[in-house]
Write a protein that binds this ligand. Structure first.
Ligand SMILES: [Zn+2]
Length: 166
């Protein structure tokens, strides 16, 4: 049974920034959020066909998130939020110069399945604010496809967020 958390689990000091990156309609600008975090350098580049995203520790308290610009916009958004999840939840596991390289299925070699699941759960909660989903559904968009389109995420991400088995 998937646990549905109402809000994304962000440190208190970043909640104001998050709120400023969510539009009235519920679209979350993940790029803007990452760019405004002082400890993270955010880049988009061609990472080849195998790697979707990277979280790298570049200094004592500095990190870099790279997203594969060759993948779809929806995909890049989820990857960015997934790497952000690794940053908030798992960055203490990285040594200086260490990195998490997520392959296409968002699974890195040096990270457990449990931590990957945590990063995915973080990403879904980050990109799909539940209070906004409720409003959108009340306005008539009820099926997973139109909700996915509205929030700029995959149908699987919507289904996971709402606890619908896929
Ligand atoms: Zn990962």
């Amino acid at each position: 049974m998937t646990e549905i958390t109402f809000r994304v689990n962000l440190p208190l000091e970043h909640r104001g920034l998050y709120a400023s990156c969510v539009s009235d309609e519920g679209f979350v600008d993940v790029n803007e959020f990452i760019e405004k975090l002082p400890d993270i350098k955010f880049e988009k580049m061609d990472l080849g066909s195998d790697i979707s995203g990277v979280l790298e520790k570049t200094g004592k308290n500095t990190f870099r998130i790279i997203v594969n610009e060759k993948e779809s916009e929806e995909r890049q958004r989820f990857t960015a939020a997934h790497e952000l999840g690794h940053y908030f939840l798992h960055r203490d596991f990285l040594k200086y110069g260490g990195k998490i390289e997520d392959r296409y299925i968002l699974k890195a070699k040096n990270i457990s399945d449990e931590k990957e699941a945590e990063a995915n759960q973080f990403a879904s909660a980050f990109l799909i604010p539940l209070d906004k989903v409720v409003k959108v559904m009340q306005s008539g968009k009820r099926n997973a496809e139109s909700l996915a389109d509205h929030f700029g995420v995959s149908i699987i991400a919507i289904a996971n967020r709402l606890g619908i088995p896929t």
